[in-house]
Write a protein that binds this ligand. Sequence first.
Ligand SMILES: *Cc1c(COP(=O)(O)O)cnc(C)c1O
Length: 345
Amino acid sequence: MSRRVRRALAAPDVCHREPEFVETVGLVRGRLRAVYDEPAHAYVPVLLGGSGTAAVEAMLSLVGPHESTLVLAHGVYGERIAAMLRAQQKPHEVLGAPWTDAVDLDAVARALASGAFRRLAVVHHETTTGRLVDLAALGALATRFAVPMLVDAVSSFGAEELRLAAWNVEAAAGVANKCLHGAPGVSFVLARADALLRPSGATSLTLDLHRHAAAQERGDMAFTLPTHVTHALAEALDEHAERGGWEARRATYAARSAVVRAAALRAGASLLLGDARAYASALTSFRLPPGASYDALHASLKRAGFVIYRGQGALDGRIFRIAVMGDLDGRDLERLAAALGHALG
Ligand SMILES: *Cc1c(COP(=O)(O)O)cnc(C)c1O
């Protein structure tokens, strides 16, 4: 976090039912709506206390009990959406593929053409591998077959292109503490206003998106939000806008990731997805060089002041992932490049 956001975290305690905090919630909701410049009031921002998973799960309130969802799963987070629908006992089918494969658009088109599905659920940036799916292409299919998309945008919101209305996105879920540079504890959904007018399909009280939306629209809240974290998110969104919004943030991440990729490749690692263009700006997955140990790499980098991520599932022990979100500067990246060379060299 930047110093400015950290300072906001330490703001005075306020009561979550008092006008001061209602004002903060209003600021955050307005700034969230402005990140992607959608038509005024087409999308309703809904704040939730909880991590990104809570927002994704609450977003599924939009799915009725008998409506079937096609879930694209190319990693842990796509599979998690399927697990949520299973837990909610809602019909769904998973269109999976090896995690390192690109989305098969023809297979998606065939599945949607069957007429069996009322929603298409997709992870924008599948953080398992770093792949950024072609949401514009999926949006074209969602429009052609009139099957709206539910998008897990948790690791892309604020740093990748997201055209909600044009791509037939019914709702997108995001979080404070990834590309927006806030603190963990608050997540959110941007949901199409007309979709919220239908009866809620929630199977949980605390994750009922409609309940939260209705309360927030009348300047109230369903349950206590983490006040300090919400205040810090208001500051982080202000900073995001001042620094040029999602396009500037994407450019910043892309420049950082280029430095990280060059250093990792020099040190003998290789790109898991083979092609640098397949990645989201914020994160890269690398195959470990032959003979290198993930745990040793993690420990060496941690001693130098950097924390990296291991592979999930079958990728554990074979890859490492480096994200470049947050308040970093050029010197941080130079030191990381040197530490990578030292650890793997
Ligand atoms: C981080 C992340 C989530 C949510 O993880 P939490 O630990 O619940 O915040 C969901 N989807 C994607 C794609 C993510 O990267």
